[in-house]
Design a protein around this ligand. Structure first.
Ligand code: HEC
Ligand code: HEC
Ligand code: HEC
Ligand code: HEC
Ligand code: HEC
Length: 415
């Protein structure tokens, strides 16, 4: 055998082995960073706070507790979608670093990591493990307890527990809502949950001259549709924790406080606040066809719409109907981030709505004799049906819902 042939064969074998390895052991999309690599230390918790349970805080901070209970943060562990996905992913340890980050919420102590990217922890049984606390997911102490003090925006209230001022409340969110992509083999524009990076890339300088307004109002959206967020800030709390005047504890002075609501993809009203959508008859084309335009704009979210996990997407169905309700002509689309996972992680395309960048769809009517209506439907999807099946998530609530629907009847004859 000639040398050249042997080298070629060895080269091909190496490539095959490499790809086989990469398909069997997919890459990790992010590095477990210092900021969330270690469970939150609760050993210095003030003695007045015994179990650190949300119920305990709620005995004094009733309104905050009642709001938190309705949020997905309180279900970050029990959420059946998370549970199905976690089990499908072989119950990887790193997941609980954000879904149940307090040391007492975790059955094991993290002594260290075997690998550089920290996906392989060295664990030891945790005698302080509290299963009830684990079920509270992202509970009060997760965001508020640091080094034995309760972080708040005042830092000087007369509380029965030690308090400390937090510099920027949005920093609290960054811990879990931003992970950095891994260095090699990963080619993505945004990290897996790109929310923070999306905001950083879409600055207010891009604001359009044209004004749009969403279907329902958000405290932080101006009357004419412009979005009001302070400069130099991520603004997470402005939009996700509405401002309110109320006492922090019944009987104490009324203060400026923020509702602990964190609405997002699970709440149709919240998604509608982000979306301007309209269907109009735009006129007649040169060859006499009636032309219809559907316009979608993200007016209410500083990040993309949708944001968060790449599972989320919007689907668009825009069609011309006949008298029987059958489709004569249609345009379908998905506004989604599509990522290739193997053998490398690559952002293939991303058609989600960037803040203020209108997306337009056009349909014209070619068979006016049969057409009776034009209709547009926009739906929000938490995840795809095929992925739901693959991970074995048996949903009890819908995984998609309508966020816009409009129909135009074509009574006028075509001119
Ligand atoms: C025994 C009652 C009680 C319990 C239990 C309690 N707090 Fe408080 N907390 C207070 C009082 C009273 C204040 C001060 C109210 C004021 O001055 O307006 C306060 C203030 C705060 C503040 C504002 C701090 C600042 O100065 O900015 C935060 C945040 C807070 N509590 C969170 C918590 C959390 C989280 C828990 C549970 C881990 C908790 N509290 C448990 C009574 C309580
Ligand atoms: C300790 C980690 C952690 C912190 C800190 C955190 N989050 Fe979350 N957040 C999560 C997790 C985990 C979920 C998803 C839970 C689930 O669905 O299983 C989530 C979900 C959300 C959602 C989606 C709600 C929905 O309906 O899908 C919003 C909005 C949100 N967080 C906003 C915030 C904001 C704003 C902050 C800062 C004040 C913040 N989060 C801080 C972990 C965190
Ligand atoms: C996901 C993180 C997160 C969780 C979970 C959370 N908080 Fe907060 N909390 C914040 C942030 C951020 C602020 C500061 C908001 C601001 O800018 O005023 C805050 C503020 C407060 C304040 C001070 C008043 C105010 O609104 O500024 C109190 C009291 C409070 N939280 C109590 C609680 C209690 C009780 C729970 C649990 C039932 C809880 N928090 C859960 C993030 C959180
Ligand atoms: C100008 C208002 C605004 C700001 C600022 C903003 N959001 Fe949102 N956010 C929204 C709206 C409206 C939605 C619902 C539509 C959507 O999913 O994009 C949303 C949705 C979300 C979701 C839900 C994603 C899901 O998968 O269900 C998360 C998580 C989230 N935001 C986190 C954040 C974080 C973290 C920040 C700060 C870094 C932030 N947001 C800043 C308005 C805002
Ligand atoms: C760095 C923190 C972090 C880590 C680590 C993490 N998550 Fe999350 N997870 C989040 C946040 C924040 C959200 C909510 C924002 C969004 O919609 O993307 C979330 C949302 C989810 C959701 C969507 C839940 C819903 O109800 O829609 C699933 C499922 C999930 N995570 C599974 C996992 C699994 C499995 C792992 C481990 C492989 C993991 N997460 C690791 C922070 C984290």
């Amino acid at each position: 055998m000639k040398l050249k042939t042997s080298i070629t064969i060895i080269f091909i074998i190496l490539i095959v082995v490499f790809f086989a390895w990469r398909f069997m052991r997919p890459m990790n999309i992010f590095i477990v960073e210092e900021k969330f690599a270690w469970p939150i230390d609760t050993s210095q918790a003030p003695p007045i706070l015994k179990t650190l349970s949300a119920k305990e805080c709620g005995a004094c901070h009733k309104d905050f507790y009642n709001e938190w209970r309705t949020t997905i943060h309180s279900q970050a562990w029990t959420d059946p979608y998370f549970q199905a996905d976690w089990q499908f992913d072989n119950k990887q340890h790193i997941c609980i670093l954000c879904h149940t980050p307090l040391d007492r919420q975790q059955p094991h102590k993290v002594l260290g990591y075997r690998d550089e990217n920290r996906w392989d922890p060295i664990l030891e049984d945790n005698p302080d493990y509290d299963a009830e606390l684990q079920h509270e997911g992202v509970t009060c102490a997760v965001c508020h307890l640091r080094e034995g003090k309760i972080l708040g925006v005042y830092g000087n209230t007369n509380a029965p527990h030690p308090v400390k001022k937090m510099d920027d409340p949005n920093q609290v969110c960054v811990r879990c809502h931003l992970v950095k992509p891994e260095k090699w083999g990963v080619f993505v524009r945004f990290p897996p949950c790109g929310t923070v990076a999306e905001i950083e890339q879409t600055r207010s300088a891009d604001a359009p001259k044209e004004k749009f307004s969403s279907q329902s109002s958000l405290a932080n959206i101006g009357k004419s549709g412009e979005v009001i967020i302070p400069e130099n800030s991520l603004g997470c709390v402005n939009c996700h924790m509405p401002l309110i005047n109320r006492p922090l504890v019944e009987g104490f002075p009324v203060r400026k406080a923020r509702q602990h609501l964190w609405r997002g993809g699970h709440d149709p009203e919240m998604v509608k606040r982000a979306l301007y959508a309209d269907l109009i008859e735009a006129g007649t084309s040169d060859d006499g066809k009636r032309v219809f335009n559907l316009t979608l704009v993200n007016v209410g979210a500083a990040h993309y719409l949708p944001t968060g996990t790449p599972d989320r997407y919007l689907s668009i169905q825009f069609r011309v109907l006949d008298e029987q309700g059958s489709t004569i002509k249609e345009t379908k689309d998905k506004l989604k981030r599509v990522v290739m996972w193997r053998p490398f992680i690559i952002d293939l395309w991303d058609t989600r709505l960037r803040r203020w960048q209108p997306k337009k769809y056009t349909l014209d009517i070619t068979k006016p004799d049969k057409a009776v209506a034009v209709e547009a439907i926009v739906k929000y999807h938490l995840l795809d049906e095929s992925r739901r099946k693959r991970i074995g998530y048996k949903n009890t609530t819908p995984i998609s819902y309508e966020v816009f629907r409009k129909r135009i009847e074509l009574k006028k004859p075509v001119s």
